[in-house]
Ligand binder design. Structure first.
Ligand code: 0X9
Ligand code: CA
Ligand code: ZN
Length: 366
């Protein structure tokens, strides 16, 4: 995506991106952190790989990420072993028939309790694997450390934590940014299949008409054209995956959310479709500054990266008043270095725990 934009829109966006990578220089204090063993029914090969991964021994790059099937069996085995605090359900199916898994982590997990709710989503873009991998790590850490880490216990006892680790499993399996839904022309009117895939992070509702009015402002970051890598789909919520997220969000009361992408080491807050600030800018900045103390990433409004229409955060904030962040992990789409991936996972486990804490204080005030 960044490559596409840089190629297509020359200097302006390149300099925008370049200005975003300034280091914050904040020192972090390291959490004592011992990753646990993986549960039994993950394949032997995977266990070996994870063992190596956890011990920071470089392994074959292709194998440091879970496949969809491996993630599925890991999630179910964790839920089985921690059935008091973890539950896995399906929010629907993708075009290719994969279930969209929702993980809930909370005490009395089978009851809807009156506790602040938080949501973490990953891999709207299938080629951005750290999004789901860091969330798998987070889920596993939460499940395994419930009894031994007070921050984990507080978060699980006092919040309802929801995770949709892989929003776009078809794309993950195919290694593509977009999902695998066949397109019938840009507006869905063609009888034949003209191309494959919608950019799910352009498919949420928003002021779509602005693309007509300000084509240059959105430039090559949002597109009508079905062949584009940033194709928004024939209409808002045309896709199974975004419908599933919408259905979930409409039936919950989420206070803070983070949507994980790669890459650029950024913490982004709305708006992403206009340079105007939101009424909650100072609250976004206050939360974002604390996140950046934990991951050393740069905090800015989404439009500073580039303006888009139809991203998940703008919709969540505009429609549901959710304090919705995008985090762009790391310095490449899917790093092959297990040490980097591990550090990303540890840092963002701490970020997610902070979000649980902060959601409690914000929900108490609202
Ligand atoms: O373009 C996106 O969807 C995200 N970047 S990525 O490189 N992972 O594709 C950024 C979305 C943040 N929102 C806006 N910039 N408006
Ligand atoms: Ca609970
Ligand atoms: Zn992305």
């Amino acid at each position: 995506m960044k490559n596409t934009i840089a190629l297509l829109s020359a200097g302006i966006l390149i300099s925008l991106l370049a200005s975003n990578v300034t280091a914050m220089g904040v020192q972090r204090d390291n959490l004592p952190f011992t990753p646990s063993d993986t549960p039994g029914d993950v394949s032997a090969i995977r266990e070996q790989h994870l063992y190596d991964f956890q011990h920071r021994v470089p392994i074959s790059p292709l194998s440091i990420y879970h496949s969809y099937a491996e993630m599925t069996s890991l999630l179910f085995s964790l839920a089985e072993n921690h059935s008091d605090i973890m539950r896995v359900t399906s929010l629907g199916k993708t075009y290719q028939g994969r279930d969209l898994w929702l993980v809930k982590l909370s005490d009395n997990v089978n009851q809807e309790e009156y506790e602040p709710e938080v949501l973490f989503t990953g891999s709207h873009h299938g080629n951005e694997r750290p999004g789901y991998e860091t969330l798998i790590y987070f889920i596993q850490y939460m499940a395994d450390y419930y009894h031994n880490d007070t921050a984990v216990r507080d978060a699980i006892n006092s919040t309802e934590i929801y995770v949709i680790p892989m929003v776009n499993p078809d794309g993950v399996e195919a290694g593509t940014r977009k999902n695998l839904e066949p397109n019938h022309g840009s507006f869905g009117f063609s009888k034949t299949v003209t191309s494959i895939g919608v950019d799910l992070n352009r498919n949420y509702a928003g002021p779509w008409f602005l693309l007509l009015l300000r084509p240059l402002f959105y430039d090559s970051s949002t597109s009508y054209y079905d062949r584009s890598d940033v194709y928004r789909g024939p209409h808002p919520f045309s896709e199974n995956e975004t419908q599933a997220v919408r259905q979930f969000v409409e039936t919950h009361n989420i206070t803070i959310s983070i949507d994980y992408h790669t890459f650029d080491q950024l913490i982004l807050y709305p708006w992403g479709d206009t340079r105007l600030p939101t009424p909650d800018k100072s609250l976004f900045v206050s939360i974002g500054e604390n996140i950046s103390k934990l991951d050393n990433y740069t905090l800015e409004q989404s439009t500073a990266l580039y303006p888009t229409l139809g991203d998940v955060c703008d919709w969540m904030y505009a429609k549901h008043h959710i304090l919705a962040f995008t985090i762009e992990l790391g310095t490449s789409y899917a790093p092959e270095n297990p040490v980097l991936l591990h550090k990303m996972s540890v840092d963002h486990t701490r970020v997610n725990l902070y979000i649980c804490q902060r959601a409690q204080s914000i929900a108490a005030q609202r």
